[in-house]
Design a protein around this ligand. Sequence first.
Ligand SMILES: [Zn+2]
Length: 65
Amino acid sequence: MPPGPRQGYGDDMWTCDRCGATTTSPTQAYGWTTSVEQGRRLRFCVPCSREHLREIEGKLDSDLW
Ligand SMILES: [Zn+2]
């Protein structure tokens, strides 16, 4: 599923804000990372979270990755 506008999704649908991966299971969302950048709440899947853990911890904007 390509990334796109996210509408009507509650907390049961998580979309990675970097690669567009999705999960519909709250249990599968365990390990995902949430980050607030410029007032937006972003979510990152496990692979993206691991790959960019340093950047996330450094609170760099994902646009700079
Ligand atoms: Zn991802």
